[in-house]
Ligand binder design. Sequence first.
Ligand SMILES: [Ca+2]
Ligand SMILES: [Ca+2]
Ligand SMILES: [Ca+2]
Length: 394
Amino acid sequence: MKKIIVASVIAICGCSKGSSGEPEKTPAISISDVATREGNTGKNAFDFEVRLSNSFSKPVTVSYSTADEFAKGGEDFVAVSGGTVTIPAGQTTGKISIEVNGDDVREGNETFSVRLSGPVNATISRGIASGRIGNDDTRIAFSNEGFDAPATYPGYSLLWSDEFNGTSLDQAAWTAETGDGCPNLCSWGNNELQYYSGSPNTIFFQDGKMIIEAANEAFGGRNYTSARIKTQGKKAFKYGRIDIRAKLPQGKGIWPAFWLMPENSVFGAWPRSGEIDMMELLGHEPNKVYGTVHFGPGPGSTQISRSTVNAAGALSNAFHVYSLEWKEDQIQWLIDGNVFSTISKADLGTNNYPFNEAFHLIVNLAVGGNWPGNPDASTYFPAWLIVDYVRVYQ
Ligand SMILES: [Ca+2]
Ligand SMILES: [Ca+2]
Ligand SMILES: [Ca+2]
């Protein structure tokens, strides 16, 4: 009779009976997140704790598997499918150990997940945990392959160059702009999402290159950090040839640009004094480069914009040289020495031609905005704009 009563208790409350003779509660399992550094060599254990809400008189088992997020099984960690962990009777904690592959290459802080299923003698209260592999590296991996410009051109002499062979930004030539454009030009006038933090994580130097990094890192009220540098007040140019050798990033919502703005705005506020966009790329069209001029009476822009497609594929695959050939009443855009757009004074029609004045250079890496659209789940961060040199000939 007593056993029948106990059985009915089990049926009603899902309880079992412990050694004390009191009804015991079926435990609930939860798994905790892990966030730790990647490590630089070998395999490093990321230990996920599984915990029972209460001890139980029988062993508890639960299955687990890993799932890729930006961290990929086989590449960043050792994927597990159908693993099992047992928490012995009377205990409340167990451990799921996932092996993370260490390396010395700078990456984003990538995550994967560990998912619990099929509990025995327990229920699941928190069944998905995040494993965050923290970047602990400083150097990015890239090759120097690609087009390189000649060092000299007939009829030109080198006026100024930055070969980016040092370890910091040349303050005599460049200013790193900070902020989100507010209050005067919030979101830099384009609904861009990044905050130019000015931190060494957003501009760094490696192997004779300047690297601008856009990261999905919250800062200054924005969800992304990046960098923007300009020569305003330090280096301004009128006419000549400008060569910039660079490897461009790609990905939805990634928007690198080399562009020029008027040093003195002698014809008034934008766009009346003009804007020359030497190179722009929208990360979802990684093989296409745009060259544009903005002009006109305003307040909106009148523009002439042309593009060219790199037949060899994404411009992130190799270095290319982006150039302007700029003369009185004419501007040409080139990639790897080939002209893809020519604009002359006559093309502006009855508009004032503002491009026979001095302009300064801007190099930036934007995230999101009206033209490229915003990043999505496919966008890999960090994104890197790798610049080998800027050379100005006259
Ligand atoms: Ca590492
Ligand atoms: Ca790494
Ligand atoms: Ca260089």
